[in-house]
Ligand binder design. Structure first.
Ligand SMILES: [Zn+2]
Length: 362
């Protein structure tokens, strides 16, 4: 069954905890290694992954023409891996494509791979499957955590055995899904990577993306005052007063899930609440509150739609919300406000199935 797998992968992509682009390189690297194997492998090594990650960053560390500089891959300083790969390319200007590892590999390539491998071991690999407060190892298990010591890794690197096990043990379903869905997942991950780099580097192209497929933020601003009145001056999510705090019109069903600017999908929230919710789906409690708002305030919403010349298509919005929520697998994490993310338990599923129905028939 691949749907729960995709849902979990979307959550890994949605979580904003990473300052660098490493998680995308790990996901693409794992896809490539699984596909290359010919049949879904049971494990890959950190060494193999490091080699793939170097290949992924290799073309990206060329100077970007419009900036005449190497693009940053981290919201702070340059990401260590990108910096090291770039440095290596600079000292080997004759190499267009990344070198193959082996006896004829250029000087320093082995050291580069080892450094990249260590970066992957200590940072993205132990943290990648953490979404919100919890970790779900739906992709792989590894025999170390983020507290792994460099000395332990060094013993392994020097061939001295030791306790470090360099295998990334793939969950059987994950390896199969990565192979079967590679043509869907790869462009999806790449798109996330592109948007991230655009944002980090404040490139104008990011505007093209939002121009073509984004929502018109300026227009949404016009709804701030009426929505504020509708919600009695309170944040839709935390219910605290919105006065003196920056607020934002939020898409209850995230725009990235389904682009719906219909009035029923719009709520006013603290800027902070909106940022925390990010691309996550709101928890069921919010869902019921949201459903109640559309039902109980239907007349006011109609008035608002008329005054603001804004579209309202309740049936469509509820149809979309119902189909997204009713398709959720057990174990998926929903945004529960200040409490962070909450796992959807099997007992919740009956609540999910009724979700949105009430309004569809009303
Ligand atoms: Zn709030």
């Amino acid at each position: 069954m691949t749907l729960p797998f995709l849902e979990k992968l979307l959550q890994v992509l949605a979580q904003g905890g990473f300052s660098s682009t490493y998680k995308y390189s790990v996901l693409l690297g794992l896809i490539d290694l699984c596909v290359e194997a010919g049949h879904p492998p049971t494990s890959v090594t950190t060494r193999q992954l490091a080699r793939r990650v170097v290949e992924l960053y290799w073309p990206q560390v060329r100077p970007y023409p419009a900036l005449q500089a190497v693009l940053r891959q981290n919201s702070g300083g340059q990401a260590r891996i990108a910096w090291r790969v770039g440095q290596f390319r600079q000292t080997h200007p004759d190499l267009i494509s990344p070198p193959r590892f082996g006896p004829r590999a250029p000087v320093g390539f082995d050291a580069l791979l080892s450094e990249v491998e260590w970066e992957l071991v200590r940072q993205p690999l132990p943290l990648l499957q953490r979404v919100g407060g919890g970790e779900e190892r739906f992709l792989y298990t590894i025999g170390w955590d983020q507290h792994v010591r460099k000395s332990t890794f060094n013993v392994y690197k020097q061939g001295g055995g030791g306790s470090f096990d360099n295998r990334i043990l793939l969950q059987p379903e994950a390896a199969q899904s990565l192979v079967a869905l590679a043509s869907v997942i790869r462009p999806l991950v790449q798109q996330h990577w592109i948007v991230r780099v655009q944002k980090i580097n404040r490139l104008a192209e990011a505007e093209l993306d939002s121009f073509l497929f984004g929502t018109e933020r300026i227009a949404l601003r016009a709804l701030q005052a009426p929505l504020r009145a509708l919600q009695d001056g309170r944040c839709f999510y935390c219910n605290n007063s919105l006065s003196n705090a920056a607020s934002e019109v939020d898409h209850f069903l995230p725009w990235s899930r389904y682009p719906d600017d219909g009035l029923d999908n719009l709520v006013l929230a603290h800027d902070r609440c909106n940022r925390e919710k990010l691309h996550f789906l709101a928890d069921l409690d919010f869902g019921h509150r949201w459903e109640a708002r559309s039902r109980e305030q239907s007349e006011r919403l109609d008035e608002l739609a008329a005054t603001a010349a804004w579209s309202r298509d309740r049936a469509r919005t509820f149809g979309v919300v119902a189909s997204v929520y009713q398709g959720l697998p057990e174990g998926v994490r929903l945004w529960a406000g200040r409490a962070g993310l909450r796992r959807l338990e099997s007992g919740d599923l009956s609540g999910v199935h009724g979700f949105g129905r009430g309004l569809l028939v009303a």
